[in-house]
Design a protein. Structure first.
Lengths: 631, 466
């Protein structure tokens, strides 16, 4: 394996998607899968690893594996996070919203040893959990409410798929069933699951394409690539024009897997959408396409699973249906499905996977940092009836997850050792600090202001958009929702136009829905600062919060209303009071800023000046790293 | 700066979760808006800056830059069978051929043939490097817009501007590296993904700028905020974030956030200064046609493009043409008369201005659409899309001036000699910028993905290089 790795790494510098293809008249030529090919961590059968025996006192399997590596490196777990930080972490991580002041107070005063577990159960049971979990699944599904391309037409029932995903997470639909519904929901008894098959067809589409054969070809190739990367962690898409350069995936493997889906896609008709599987008539026979070119048919072929993910002697000659494919995915024969899924769930709670290329478990993907842990999670997941909530519960109740991310009161040398030995936190020697996604930032802002509308389900809503952006769209492509209450719905319910991401989401790295996205970038840019400083949304929210904080403070007593207003904003936004040094700065600010504002606006009454000064504090807190990260 | 002292780049990259191919690591750090050591980006290329004049909708090469005597003689007749089958968007293959709607004439010392529709551009014939053998792969607007901008007919790939922004960064720490100026008349067919960053990080995508008081979205605070009031608010943010940072081992991401506010603040000053055309003389404004109604709009964008490259913006793309633009299906003469009129003088003004300001040698100007137009007519006076053969021109010191390269067939249907596929054009562009087309790549989904696309067929068109 070593030899192979060094060759691959050297070659990886060059572009990968190049290779040889079959000549027009050749029969399919492909390299056989050898034992050598199967000797790669991801392709091996998953065995339940034994817990490291020296660690019998550990209750959670995760901690055994993590602690073993920490010990090997002379480290131990960091202390548990202090409770307010921990609840904020858990709540944002599981629901995408911060805790309320009341929830925090309840947790802080709960002396029961099960206090934390109760919070985990409460949050996993909340409807907001499914909305959070769905966000990342919809990234993988390259979900949008429109087609893309020139006309970017609305997909009228796309929101039903989004709602189906949310509901599936909320009712903890078993992951194998979750996958099966999305691949073959139309083949089941349950007609309601047909909408789930939109997963397969959720990529961009150009219904007005002249050449409808090309349209069908593109959609089939795109869905095959997506299904391969999402459920198998294989970059199948690289094999559509030629054999995969590094992984044991031949071009024929690609077209055999595509053939499983071929019967579900009819001959398409111009300007007719096709976004959910239906009983289909098509005139095409599954075949190999030379160089992936839809005008160059190669030999016909029979549907089959990718050989590397299957048992060596599995082929019984019967072409599998999509239901059979889904069943095979979740079977023990296929080691990729469980590993890839467990890694994705882990990634959501630690910001990175145990292997860092979650849609590529192949030879040039990154190897797992904790292979035994990954296998243990995969087996636990499978044997736990594929319950996603159970796996998450195991993860977030682990000591590994509950560690602090900062030194706090600890001795500096011990903390420094942690940073020196584990600079990139690959050993999980502390909890990784994480920036919120654009959706969670918007939701947190609405939540802090008490403005958020937690209504669930239904067609995508359109809050106001700057007119400069509306003008870059075709006419009628963004019609502000008439009901103002819709403007403050959770971000996942915002209409998702493929040709225009909502500005705050775009600034904070929401993927563009043109291809499956397994992990978001985390960039830090000046555009983010600008939108949070000057954007209409941030300015309006600050104003509203300031206005309320001031009036509340005034109402109780007019003494120090500004200072008490500022305290209220700290509690509201950061769930704490200002530190001593912050207090000093605030005191000065509350002297200087109202004077300045009053001088700028001699006609403003005192209340307006005071509220404006508080709004500046509110805006500052919404721009604070503390608000935009959890740790 | 101080907040970043002592932080290694490797450390930052790993913490920020960015996968980077090593080819561009140094330039990312030099150029990224918010972060990093301010070291000079690599400068091995002949071209340092690009201005791309994108004629959206597809200008007609057979009416502007590629005169075909046979098309004149065969005008009104069907296309000879010898030309074989070819794809069209609107089923026009059997329609009668249509001669050029305006006469051509030899221009300059080089005698380059340019239509009477472009009298001002024609005066710069000796400065142009005309490619008459461009070709692409799709007869549709959005796919061709994507292919011209990203190398791929599918939507969602990183755009050329984002490649360059990623590879070379900005020369100006206060302005973005890649700026787009859309036509205010309406959206592009294919929309903003044409200047998106695809799988590259978001900071490399094109930043939209407009002439006027609000050049960048969210650039300025609401009007009631005085500069001093905002400075105070920013100082408060910095104080809060600074204290937070110190308690967190000077975490690189948190330090980068503090710097991003400093950059945002500098941009607030730099961008309005950039778009302040009052700083230009009346003579310069007239040179770009800003003193005339019909040329003002495009003239302003051309002048802004010059002001941007002057300040070190790496890649400027400006669009002529609203949602339909140069898409002359019904009447080529009426359509092209209007769009040539609106752009001809501003384009000539830009070329003249670049020359006299010493920007000519290391700036590359690109003129072209997403495709050309068919030699046969549509509805009598119009023309359908033609991706199989069309013209683009380049200008600047790095390419041969007064030079014509490549040929289409006798009626201008297909590129025939010295063909230049869009990927060859991209390869040549990267080469001019000092980036190796075959090696320039990015780590994506575990693969090192070549930005120009997977094909090995991309060719640097060495024949046009000066």
């Amino acid at each position: 394996v070593k030899r192979r790795w060094s060759t691959f790494l050297a070659a990886a510098v060059m572009t990968l998607c190049v290779g040889a293809w079959a000549d027009d008249n050749d029969a399919i030529k492909e390299l056989p899968i050898t034992e050598y090919d199967r000797d790669h961590w991801a392709f091996k059968k998953i065995e339940r690893p034994t817990l490291p025996i020296t660690l019998k006192t550990i209750e959670n399997g995760i901690d055994a594996f993590v602690l073993q590596k920490l010990h090997e490196n002379g480290l131990d777990f960091a202390p548990e996070s202090e409770r307010a930080t921990l609840l904020r972490r858990l709540t944002l991580d599981l629901t995408g919203l911060p805790p309320t002041e009341e929830e925090l107070a309840a947790f802080l005063s709960d002396a029961s040893p099960l206090a934390y577990d109760k919070q985990v159960d409460r949050l996993l049971a909340s409807p907001q959990y499914g909305e959070r979990a769905a966000t990342f699944w919809l990234d993988l599904a390259r979900f949008a409410d429109t087609d893309g391309f020139e006309h970017d037409l609305v997909r009228k029932n796309a929101w039903q798929y989004r709602d189906w995903v949310i509901s599936a997470f909320n009712r903890d639909l078993a992951y194998d069933e979750f996958a099966k519904a999305q691949l073959a929901g139309d083949e089941t008894e349950n007609a309601a699951e047909r909408i789930a098959t939109m997963f397969c067809l959720s990529g961009p589409d150009m219904p007005d394409l002249n050449d409808q054969h090309l349209r069908r070809h593109d959609r089939l190739n795109e869905l095959t690539s997506t299904v391969g990367s999402v459920f198998l962690g294989l970059q199948m898409g690289c094999a559509q024009c030629h054999d995969h350069k590094y992984d044991p995936l031949s071009q024929a493997d690609f077209y055999r897997m595509r053939a499983i889906f071929e019967p579900a896609i009819p001959d398409l008709q111009r300007d007719k959408p096709y976004n959910v599987f239906e009983k289909a008539n098509n005139s095409s026979e599954p075949r190999f396409w030379i160089r992936g070119d839809h005008t160059r048919p190669g030999p016909s072929l029979v549907a089959a699973f990718p050989r590397i993910a299957d048992r060596p002697d599995a082929s019984n000659g019967t072409p599998p249906t999509r239901t059979a494919f889904a069943n095979w995915l979740a079977s023990e024969e296929n080691p990729l499905f469980a590993r890839v899924a467990a890694n994705r769930i882990w990634q959501q709670h630690f910001g990175k996977g145990i292997f860092g290329t979650p849609s590529d478990a192949g030879l040039v993907g990154l190897a797992p940092s904790h292979e035994d842990l990954l296998n243990w999670l995969a087996v636990t997941f499978r044997e736990g009836d594929w319950s996603i909530k159970s796996l998450r519960r195991t993860i977030v109740t682990s000591k590994t997850y509950r560690q602090t991310s900062r030194r706090g009161d600890q001795e500096i040398s011990r903390w420094q050792e942690r940073l020196d030995v584990d600079p990139e936190n690959t050993l999980y020697s502390r909890y990784p600090r994480r920036r919120l996604e654009g959706e969670a930032i918007r939701d947190s802002m609405l939540f802090a202001a008490g403005e958020i509308n937690l209504a669930q389900r239904g067609p995508g809503v359109m809050p106001p958009l700057p007119k400069e952006l509306v003008s870059t769209l075709l006419r009628g492509h963004w019609s502000e929702s008439k009901n103002k209450a819709d403007h403050v719905r959770r971000s996942i319910y915002l209409f998702s136009r493929r040709n225009l991401r909502y500005p705050i989401f775009e600034a904070f790295d929401r993927p563009d829905a043109n291809e499956s996205c397994p992990s978001r970038n985390v960039s830090i840019t000046a555009s983010q600062a600008l939108i949070l400083l000057n954007g209409e949304f941030a300015v309006e929210i600050s104003q509203k919060m300031a206005s309320k904080a001031y009036d509340d403070a005034e109402l109780s007593t007019s003494d120090h209303a500004l200072r008490r207003g500022a305290d209220a904003l700290f509690r509201r936004i950061l769930q704490r009071l200002p530190s001593r040094s912050e207090q000093e700065k605030l005191n000065q600010f509350l002297i200087d800023q109202p004077k300045l504002i009053a001088a700028d606006h001699p006609d403003w009454v005192e209340r307006k000046v005071s509220v404006a000064a508080l709004a500046d504090i509110s805006l500052a807190l919404l721009n604070s790293s503390e608000f935009l990260f959890f740790e | 700066m101080s907040a970043l002292a002592g932080i290694s780049r490797r450390n930052f990259l790993s913490q920020s979760g960015m996968g980077l191919s090593f080819a561009a690591v140094s330039s990312l750090l030099a150029s990224d808006c918010a972060l990093g050591d301010e070291e000079a980006p690599p400068q091995s290329g002949r071209v340092k800056r690009v201005i791309w004049l994108f004629m959206h909708g597809g200008p007609s090469h057979v009416d502007l830059f590629d005169p075909k005597p046979d098309l004149v003689s065969l005008s009104g007749k069907p296309i000879p069978e010898s030309f074989g089958m070819f794809g069209t968007r609107r089923d026009v293959a059997k329609n009668p051929l249509l001669g050029p709607v305006k006469p051509f004439a030899p221009r300059g010392k080089c005698g380059m043939m340019i239509s009477d529709l472009l009298p001002e551009t024609a005066k710069f014939a000796d400065d142009l490097c005309l490619i008459r053998s461009m070709h692409g792969d799709s007869v549709n607007h959005p796919q061709s817009v994507y292919q011209m901008n990203t190398g791929n007919i599918l939507m969602g790939k990183p755009s050329v501007g984002s490649w360059v922004s990623y590879g070379l960064g900005s020369e100006n720490q206060d302005l973005p590296a890649f700026v787009v100026m859309p036509d205010p008349g309406g959206g592009l067919k294919g929309g903003p993904p044409a200047w998106g960053s695809g799988f590259l990080p978001a900071q490399y995508q094109g930043i939209t700028m407009r002439p006027g008081a609000k050049p960048i979205l969210h650039l300025a605070p609401p009007e009631e905020f005085s500069a001093e009031r905002q400075r105070n608010a920013l100082a408060l943010i910095n104080a809060i974030n600074g204290e937070h940072l110190v308690q967190r081992d000077n975490d690189d991401q948190l330090a980068a956030r503090i710097r991003s506010y400093e950059l945002a603040y500098r941009m607030q000053a730099a961008a309005p200064d950039l778009v302040d055309l009052k700083q230009e003389t009346g003579e310069t404004l007239a040179l770009y046609g800003i003193d005339e109604e019909s040329t003002r709009d495009f003239g302003q964008r051309c002048l802004l493009a010059r002001r941007m490259v002057e300040r070190g913006v790496r890649f400027v793309q400006l669009y002529s043409g609203d949602t339909n633009g140069w898409d002359a299906h019904s009447d080529v003469l009426a359509n092209h008369r209007q769009y040539c009129r609106a752009t001809d003088k501003p384009v000539a003004g830009l070329l003249a201005d670049l020359k006299r300001r010493g920007l000519w040698n290391d700036t590359l100007v690109i003129w072209g659409g997403e495709f050309g137009r068919m030699p046969m007519s549509e509805g009598g006076k119009g023309r359908d899309h033609n991706p199989w053969g069309y013209s683009m021109w380049l200008a600047g010191g790095a390419v041969k001036n007064g030079f014509t390269y490549g040929e289409t067939d006798p009626i201008g249907l297909r590129a025939l000699h010295n063909k230049v596929h869009i990927r060859d054009f991209h390869a040549t562009l990267l080469h001019l910028l000092g980036l190796s087309p075959k090696e320039f790549s990015y780590e994506h989904n575990g693969l090192s993905e070549r930005l120009i696309g997977p094909s090995d067929e991309a060719r640097i068109v060495k024949e046009i290089l000066a």
